[in-house]
Design a protein around this ligand. Sequence first.
Ligand SMILES: Cc1cc2nc3c(=O)[nH]c(=O)nc-3n(C[C@H](O)[C@H](O)[C@H](O)COP(=O)(O)O)c2cc1C
Length: 207
Amino acid sequence: MEVSELDKYGICDGISEIIVTCGIENPNAAPIGLIRKDNRIFIRLYKGSTTYENVKLEKIFAANVTCDPLLFVKSTFSNLEDENFKYHPLNSQNIPLLKNSVSSVIFRCEEIKHTEQAMTAEIIPIYAVANYHRPKAINRGLTAVIEAAIHATRYELTGIDKFLDLIDQCLETTYKCGGQREKDAAEILLNEIGEIKKLVSGGKDTE
Ligand SMILES: Cc1cc2nc3c(=O)[nH]c(=O)nc-3n(C[C@H](O)[C@H](O)[C@H](O)COP(=O)(O)O)c2cc1C
């Protein structure tokens, strides 16, 4: 499969925020940004996540395109329930895919490079499926809650307070422009931030 064909599956030039599913034995889901440039495509995975460990070991994963804010936020902070996964048989393995995605593409990793914090791989599409897709207009509440989820992962990693302000700004837009699903995702995110704050301030007390 050519990289240019990925347009049909919604993975276009620039950074596409998709949900990676991986883990042959124990399926796992997490939001990841795939980087497509000059007809090549790359993944960068920071150490410390289940996705990092699975992809490092198995060198295969699926990228699932979805606009569901609940799936994004839930899979950022914990794994999705079993009922969200389905499986595609490939070379006598069952590759986990997201059941309700707009499309799913299975990638193999090549040219893997490791640094102190992360691994980067050029990735090769080997199978793709497009599912039924209902059109959805751009909703600022959706993009803002995804942005807030990214800030939340940075806050979790660094404990730097400026990320909390950025999350507040994003969620203001979500509460103004989002539908119920975006607002539900924002609630989950706020609860998670509450828990992360406790860990961060606990850590600061012991310094
Ligand atoms: C929209 C979005 C994009 C993200 N992109 C990446 C990425 O490209 N690489 C990465 O290592 N983590 C990325 N993250 C953070 C991971 O999703 C996060 O660390 C997650 O908790 C990993 O889950 P896991 O331990 O189940 O793999 C992103 C998070 C969000 C919300």
